[in-house]
Design a protein around this ligand. Structure first.
Ligand code: T68
Length: 820
């Protein structure tokens, strides 16, 4: 496919880089240096495709998507790029000839972690699919100096280590100083009259220079290379200050500091709004730069700004980029002198919004004081958007104060970003069918009634190129041997595997591969955590961000409950099981961090208890991230997707496990609903309350967990062990907060907000079904193969095609390389 790839040229390129960058020969090189030399050689191959792609886009004057996101959780690039240029066998050979192993070299790459979890990883999967399908797109984001922190476990506690991912430079990025753009903060708005029209001018502001770095996003075997553009902040040259400000030393220092702090670090909260001023600065910083550039790029080729939306679409990844709405308005009003109505038509035909959560604690609501001080002109525009929108509400629903209260953009001293995103765009989508229904019928009901045409669902997806082809080479080869390789770009074809689910030999082959992947994970755990796990045990895995609604606590309480049973009856007949956890807790989320400590405390007791004959092991895998996730999914037997129904908008880990042949243990939440629909409920383990039941309880003010505590001895015993020092003899009070959260009404929350005790009996029962089912290896193998076979819907290729058809309306592009 990749016409440009020549093994000998590539080898020379590696040797040349080694000499030129490190002044070394290959024999003297460290693996890290080898990684750099190889990465530059790969980039060299990619560059030609990158140039050709952008040339094609210009020639064909394509419509372009700007995927605006605070987060892109890319994971390592080298391995995927090598796969995408279809040169993996050759690169592997070259490295072997030079005395290196490709896996070891790939492991040298820092894991670019410019994201928290699902939302950031979704953005990365989308970029992969867009390039592979040949759609013109930019990802726009922030080049954080420090990404998601690295997690160490010390004494059972999480310790956060800064992620200095740029320490040795990042070979794949390209600094584009020529596209640097000024972004202004603060000051005040001056009104002047010009040609009978009011003009608004921001004065007394501070500014920073936004400098873009481009990363290539390589399509799979199609010569298409799109761009992830992440913005760095630099101090504006003091000499370019207004004459008025020149020599203002104080201001120069302040601007310097602003530039330094603005892109310093990714906020490590997922599904939580903290209201920090710096966060709003980050948002406006990358949005203003991205939107300015998009307008400039459009105007380089077109005359009429009125048709901007015909060539441009902005997708807002959650509300974090919502200032794009007033920023585009500002540019059209102030820089292009359009009327309000003209500007509004263009803006609302350009912007579209994706919602990723219904949890109220995640809703962005900026205090007016802060918002207007930092973005005075933007705030004026938001006020006017709000004034006009309120007028519309009053026309449609005369005298209805409830509608005003729920839908106003500015309300109760706050700017509500979701409301702004809904009003300022033409599309609002949820990320799984159930989630979209909850948006339409509960959370955003009034908006849905007023503008139903905007609402649509786009069930999330994942890229099979990373999470099967790269992450699970043994299974990928097996699948290809059985059905050919077109699943790599057409995942639904993987359904052809279904016929092999009934074949005993295929079942055996499948289980052998699973076993080898478990051995690989066991080795990883031994090397990184120093813990021995038995690959012959069942691997039961919950990896995702730590959050109360995801209920890692329910999982570990169940482990405690099982352990009690084993202590009562050491001969208990059960399949040996390894419970694996991986999760980062936001640095300020105390209860989440305490849950990590609890998991490790339980692990300590159980793993050191010889009397249970190794029937249970508990492992907390340190520093869960994209690169080890690939290894973990491949090795899983059971996929724990146990959020309180209605709380997990979609989930995407659930899809990665399914693709790798793990069986889902889950609630009817998020995309689990659709997973079960595809694979059949007989091939998954479903338990717990439905979202309707949960929402009904919530509306009724909760339930009484004390009743369960009083009536269920097993649960009571487990809960008492949280406060009697069973797992923390030195400090019996250590887990008191967790105990309280389950039984006592907290300051603002109901007791057991996430219905852990309520769902526990049904969860424990589902766990017993799993134990029984796993004993029948033939059945298990069949169900696992069927999970792989039925995963076709969950490719991000499908998700992207739906966005294109319903929202973006992009044209597919073919890129031809010129012969060299
Ligand atoms: C996740 N959201 C959803 N948020 O929780 C998950 N939030 O169900 C869904 O599958 C995924 O998005 C993709 O749609 C997040 O990951 C965040 O990370 C986040 C970050 C900052 C602020 C708020």
């Amino acid at each position: 496919m990749s016409m440009g790839f020549d093994k000998e040229i590539f080898k020379k390129s590696v040797l040349f880089n080694m000499k030129n960058v490190f002044r070394k020969t290959v024999d003297e090189a460290t693996p890290e240096q080898m990684y750099q030399a190889v990465a530059y050689a790969v980039k060299d191959v990619i560059i030609d495709e990158w140039i050709a792609t952008h040339k094609t886009y210009e020639e064909q004057d394509v419509k372009t998507l700007y995927y605006l996101s605070m987060e892109f959780l890319m994971g390592r690039t080298l391995g995927n790029n090598i796969i995408s240029i279809m040169a993996q066998p050759e690169v592997k050979e070259v490295l072997e000839e030079l005395g290196f192993d490709l896996n070891t070299i790939e492991d040298q790459e820092p894991d670019p972690a410019l994201g928290n979890g699902g939302l950031g990883r979704l953005a990365a999967c989308f970029l992969d699919s867009l390039a592979t399908l040949g759609y013109p797109a930019y990802g726009c984001g922030i080049r954080y100096r420090y990404g998601m922190f690295k997690q160490k476990i010390e004494g059972g506690y999480q310790v956060e280590i800064p992620d200095d991912w740029l320490k040795n430079g990042y070979p794949f990025e390209l600094r584009r100083a020529e596209y640097a753009t000024e972004v202004k903060f603060g000051g005040y708005v001056n009104t002047v009259r010009e040609n009978g029209r009011e003009r608004f001018i921001q004065e007394g502001y501070q500014s920073v220079l936004a400098v873009p770095y481009d990363m290539p996003i390589v399509g799979y075997g199609n010569n298409v290379v799109n761009t992830l553009r992440i913005w760095d902040a630099q101090a504006i040259n003091t000499f370019s200050l207004d004459s008025f400000d020149r020599g203002d030393y104080q201001k120069a220092v302040e601007q310097e500091n602003l530039a330094k702090t603005i892109v310093e670090v990714l906020y490590p909260n997922d599904n939580h709004y903290a209201g920090k001023e710096l966060r709003l600065k980050q948002q406006y910083f990358f949005i203003s730069a991205s939107v300015q550039r998009a307008v400039m790029k459009y105007m380089e080729k077109h005359e009429d700004i009125h048709k901007f939306f015909e060539k441009t679409v902005f997708q807002l990844n959650d509300t974090h980029p919502t200032v794009a709405v007033p920023e585009l308005m500002r540019i059209l009003l102030d820089d292009y002198s359009l009327s309000w109505d003209e500007a509004w038509e263009i803006t609302t035909k350009t912007c579209a919004y994706t919602n990723h959560t219904i949890m109220s604690e995640a809703l962005e609501k900026w205090p007016i004081e802060l918002f207007s001080r930092l973005l005075p002109r933007i705030y004026q525009i938001v006020e006017e958007i709000n004034r006009r929108f309120q007028q519309k509400i009053m026309e449609m629903y005369p005298g209805n104060q409830g509608k005003l209260r729920s839908m106003s953009i500015i309300y109760d001293g706050q700017v509500r970003m979701a409301n702004l995103a809904i009003v300022g765009g033409f599309s609002v989508n949820g990320v799984a069918r159930l989630h979209t229904e909850i948006l339409k019928n509960q959370e955003l009901k009034d908006f849905y009634q007023m503008m139903p045409e905007k609402f649509n669902n786009k069930t999330n997806g994942i890229t099979q190129r990373r999470f099967l082809l790269h992450g699970n080479p043994l299974l990928a080869e097996w699948v290809t041997r059985k059905i050919g390789d077109d699943w790599t770009t057409n995942l639904p074809h993987i359904h052809r595997l279904a016929i092999y689910a009934d074949d005993p030999r295929c079942r055996q082959e499948f289980m052998d591969i699973k076993y080898q992947n478990k051995v690989r994970l066991a080795k990883y755990i031994k090397e990184h955590n120093g813990i021995d796990v038995d690959p012959r045990s069942m691997f039961d895995v919950q990896v995702k961000r730590l959050h109360e609604y995801k209920r890692q606590l329910m999982n570990i309480l169940h482990v405690m409950y099982l352990y009690n049973q084993l202590k009562d009856n050491p001969n208990l007949d059960m399949v040996p099981r390894t419970f694996l956890f991986g999760a980062k807790a936001a640095a300020g989320y105390e209860r989440a961090k305490l849950t990590i400590k609890l998991i490790n405390a339980v692990a300590d007791v159980i793993n050191n208890d010889r009397s249970i004959g190794g029937k249970i092991k508990v492992v907390f895998i340190e520093d869960y991230k994209v690169s080890n996730a690939e290894i973990i999914f491949a090795a899983a037997d059971v996929s724990e997707q146990i959020s309180t129904a209605s709380k997990e908008a979609s989930g995407t880990g659930n899809m990665k496990f399914m693709l790798n042949g793990a069986l889902t243990l889950g609630t009817m939440d998020g995309a689990n609903v659709e997973i079960v629909e595809e694979v059949g409920s007989e091939n998954a383990f479903i338990f717990g309350m439905s979202s309707d039941e949960v929402i009904r309880y919530e509306n009724e003010g909760g339930y009484n967990p004390m009743e369960i505590f009083n009536n269920n001895y097993e649960i009571r015993r487990v809960l008492m062990q949280l406060i009697n020092g069973y797992y923390s003899p030195q400090n019996p009070e250590l887990f008191r907060d967790i105990y309280n959260s389950l039984l006592n009404t907290q300051s603002s929350d109901r007791a057991d907000t996430y219905f852990i005790l309520k769902d526990f009996p049904s969860y424990a029962e589902a766990q017993r079904r799993i134990d029984q089912a796993y004993r029948d290896e033939a059945w298990w193998a069949k169900a696992a193969i069927l999970n792989v076979a039925c995963s076709g819907k969950f490719t991000s290729d499908r998700t992207i095609e739906e966005y294109v058809k319903d929202i973006w309306h992009l044209e597919k592009v073919k890129v031809e390389l010129e012969e060299v």
